[in-house]
Design a protein. Sequence first.
Length: 242
Amino acid sequence: MTVRNRPALLTLVAVLAVALLATGGTAVATAAAKTAAKNSVTSKSIKNNSVVGKDVKDGSVTSADLADGSVGSAELVDGSVGSADLADGSVGSGKVADDGLTGADIAEATLGTVPNATKVGGVEVTPLSLSLPSTANGVVVINQAGSTLTLDCEGVGGRFVVGRAASGAPLLVTGIYGTGTATGASLAPSETLEVQVGDSQYTVAVVVPAGGSVTAAFTLIHEVNASGPNDCFFRGTITRIP
């Protein structure tokens, strides 16, 4: 006679049932975890550094979503931010690194003319460029309260005339001839000085009584028929100091 052990069989069935329930419960829990309730996910529910660009809807991040001062160069992928992403007038000087912009970053055609480019700190420097034939009349290049500097040209060389006004401020003339010989003269009121030389360098300074000065520093080059009818070339600068 064979005796069957039914309790053991029942135990096996019970164990299998528990295993099936356990497996089914896990599947149900996993499915529930994948579908979160609306507005139920918070910052604490998201793993740090786990959200990437593909998780964010295109065009959904605005200025209000970014903390002031939170975005630096490390947060920007090369080429990811273009001009279309920036609001007009939104980037100021404080947002640009010192010495961070170069000439290649600026469209030169958009730059306007710098006002009073010849003036720095009130000092005005203008070019002196005069080409004269020997038949031309003299040209006045300085007239400061009656004290004048006139540049002229003759057949044998260049010439300039300096005159101090009767009640004018002090006037000083200095020069270096082509041979290296220095000369200088301080004119008395109403005095006139005429200098006729070949190639040379000169400085004529008129002191302004109220302050400042006007100074012409120039080089004279004389060459007969050098360029058409031009025989004398005066090149230099006129500096006005207030």
